[in-house]
Write a new protein. Structure first.
Ligand SMILES: *Cc1c(COP(=O)(O)O)cnc(C)c1O
Length: 365
């Protein structure tokens, strides 16, 4: 087996989709697979999530990669298109489009092809990133409504602080969305993973889970309590072991010094693989299923592990950086990061190994 290696468990993906359905039993699921399915592999994840009602990607190129792989399912481009040429390509790909600006409304008004689009009109209810502002929304809606080129018009918004259970922002956004959309006959969509978990009111017609599909909790509540299973487990092996004396330093910059006679294992993983350089000394890893910690600076290809309390650990033993038994959401703060960054950041050098046989790392965005 190649090391490092990101094992991907398609059963866990399906299990997490079922957990989404239990939480939001009356909603359809737009499964978010942008950014190479959060580092898990765009095409194989799309194939594993056959039960999702539609697939969501950020960009046209990601949608085109799905089509090139023969996937004919409903695909939503979450950022829509940015030129009339892209709109023509979106028509060719039969993509559903988010429309978040008056420029995009104009492109649809000018479209002269014969493909009809399903549109998700996005309202900015307070995030101030994408979406029509409240004062633009009525104009956009009334211009899109009569267009023959639109076969269906849905309304959506995105939550800025969904993972904060105590805050008031989500309640404000929900109220704004409810007031702007009241009286309009259309399917609605609000919730990302955190909304799905913490705000049942945000479920509406369509939920848009990303992170939780991959078995990672976006909230303070641990993934296993939410009934989620880690999909990616990043592992490598120990390629060298050495003893150092008390007072000796390990790694670049001598950033860590042994406080006692220590046994150090060198794991074949580093920032060139997407294991962040900012992982602090003390970051947990698993060695043969037991916790040990990183010492010194992570280098491009290697990371030192303190094996002093793991006398049985040997050359060739497996090290888990995150995943099964060691949630990415627990590891990420050691680098000042969020778990989204860890899984998205796994580099092309790491083989994605699908349990059940499929091996590949050819799909990257
Ligand atoms: C990425 C994204 C999501 C998924 O968010 P998670 O926090 O990963 O669940 C949902 N909706 C939109 C518009 C997104 O861009």
């Amino acid at each position: 087996m190649k090391f490092p290696c990101a094992r991907i468990d398609p059963e866990a993906l399906r299990h997490n989709l079922a957990a989404v359905r239990r939480l939001a039993p009356h909603s359809r699921v737009l499964a978010i697979i942008k950014a190479n399915a959060y580092g898990h592999g765009l095409v194989p994840v799309a194939n594993a999530l056959v039960e999702a009602d539609a697939l969501g990607v950020a960009r046209l190129e990601e949608g085109q990669a799905l089509r090139a792989a023969g996937i004919t399912r409903e695909v939503v481009l979450l950022e829509g298109v940015f030129s009339r040429a892209q709109l023509a390509m979106a028509a060719e790909g039969r993509f559903q489009l988010v429309v978040h600006s008056l420029e995009q409304v104009r492109m649809l008004e000018l479209y002269r092809g014969d493909v009809r689009f399903e549109i998700w009109l996005k309202i900015d209810t307070g995030m101030n990133r994408l979406g029509l502002r409240a004062e633009e929304f009525a104009d956009a809606y009334h211009r899109l409504r009569p267009l023959a080129v639109i076969s269906r018009l849905r309304l959506m918004t995105h939550l800025a602080c969904a993972e904060d259970p105590a805050g008031t922002v989500t309640a404000q956004q929900l109220a704004r969305f409810a007031s702007l959309t009241s009286g309009i006959e259309a399917e609605l969509s609000i919730a990302n993973s955190a909304g799905l978990i913490l705000s049942p009111q945000s479920h509406t017609d369509w939920v848009r889970p990303g992170l939780m599909l991959y078995g990672i909790s976006p909230t303070a509540q641990p993934a296993d309590e939410l009934g989620l299973r880690a999909v990616m487990t990043l592992t490598t092996q120990i390629i060298a072991v050495r003893d150092v004396n008390a007072g000796e330093a390990v790694g670049y910059g001598g950033a860590w010094r042994a406080g006692r006679a220590s046994r150090i294992g060198i794991a074949a993983v580093g920032y060139g693989d997407g294991y962040p350089r900012h992982m602090r000394s003390g970051t947990p890893v698993l060695i043969n299923g037991r916790e040990a910690s990183v010492v010194g600076r992570v280098s491009m290809d290697m990371t030192a592990i303190d094996l002093t309390d793991h006398p049985a650990a040997r050359l060739g033993d497996e090290v888990t950086l995150w995943g099964e038994g060691l949630p990415a959401e627990r590891v990420a703060p050691y680098a000042g990061m969020i778990p989204y960054e860890l899984v998205c950041g796994v580099s092309q050098r790491v083989a994605l190994q699908w349990l059940g046989g499929f091996v590949g790392n050819e799909q990257f965005f």
